[in-house]
Design a protein around this ligand. Structure first.
Ligand SMILES: [Mn+2]
Length: 260
């Protein structure tokens, strides 16, 4: 299929939120090759049990394949918390306390590893755009080019499915941030939302954008052996996303497009 060979090695991963067990199982399941690109859609940290391990896994991953990290509002809260006490109190209320608890005491207090902060700051970008896809943490203004989007839209604004319009570029947008408590990604054809609420007992989703395949794991997935990826902890969902890449083709009904 035209164009598919150039994009079938891009995986987007939704909000990880400290769910290191699910992340480890997900990376094992998708097994990225050195030429593959993994786009992490932000909110790597907070709420879940082990943000420290999640950041470390991404650092390790960055030497194994091409890693793109989009900045989420929780990374922004962490960066602000490092600058001010009031921001630190705010961050603690929104999952930051769990993040701090994943780090050991250093000199009487727990602090986020300096190398981890440096990694996040050096790599976290506003958005990522390819010839066919746009990757954001939260949302977008449909009538503005990506370079003109506001921080509020990109990092903070929740998706209201009935109010969303396709981006003016015609590209499919892949987003996280707005939890899909059903555990299934939201598919509006022109927009896929793949935060499937892993940190509250849901799933961690990776979308292989060239194939339109969603791979999901959850915190129940123990990584000791391949057989531990049971139906309760690992599943694959398919959507005809690749069909959307040929615009003159009639669009098949998406399996997720009705209701949500
Ligand atoms: Mn978020």
């Amino acid at each position: 299929m035209t164009g598919e060979t150039t994009i079938n090695s891009i995986f987007a991963i939704g909000d990880i939120h400290g769910c290191s067990t699910a992340l480890q199982a997900l990376l094992r399941a998708i097994d990225p090759k050195p030429d593959d690109t993994i786009v992490v859609l932000g909110d790597v940290i907070d709420w879940g049990p082990d943000s420290k391990a999640c950041i470390q896994q991404l650092i390790d991953l960055s030497s194994r394949c091409r890693l793109i990290l989009v900045r989420g509002n929780h990374e922004e809260m962490l960066f602000a918390a490092l600058e001010s006490r009031s921001e630190r109190r705010y961050w603690f209320k929104f999952g930051g306390e769990e993040t701090i608890r994943s780090y050991p005491y250093v000199g009487g207090e727990r602090v986020v590893d300096r190398e981890h902060v440096r990694f996040l700051k050096a790599n976290a970008r506003d958005y990522y755009e390819t010839d066919e896809f746009i990757f954001v943490h939260a949302s977008y203004d449909p009538i503005k080019p990506m370079a003109e989007q506001s921080n509020r839209k990109l990092q903070w604004e929740p998706i209201q499915p009935d109010k969303m319009l396709a981006h003016c570029s015609g590209k499919i947008v892949i987003a996280g941030h707005t939890p899909q408590t059903s555990g299934e990604p939201l598919d509006l054809d022109f927009l896929k939302v793949i935060d499937t609420d892993c940190c509250r007992g849901g799933w961690l989703t990776a979308l292989e954008v060239g194939k339109g395949t969603f791979v999901q794991t959850n915190q129940g997935a123990k990584c000791d052996s391949a057989s531990s990826l049971s139906a309760e902890t690992f599943r694959v969902l398919r959507t005809p996303i690749s069909k959307l890449l040929t615009s003159n083709r009639s669009r098949p009904q998406s399996q997720y497009s009705s209701g949500n």
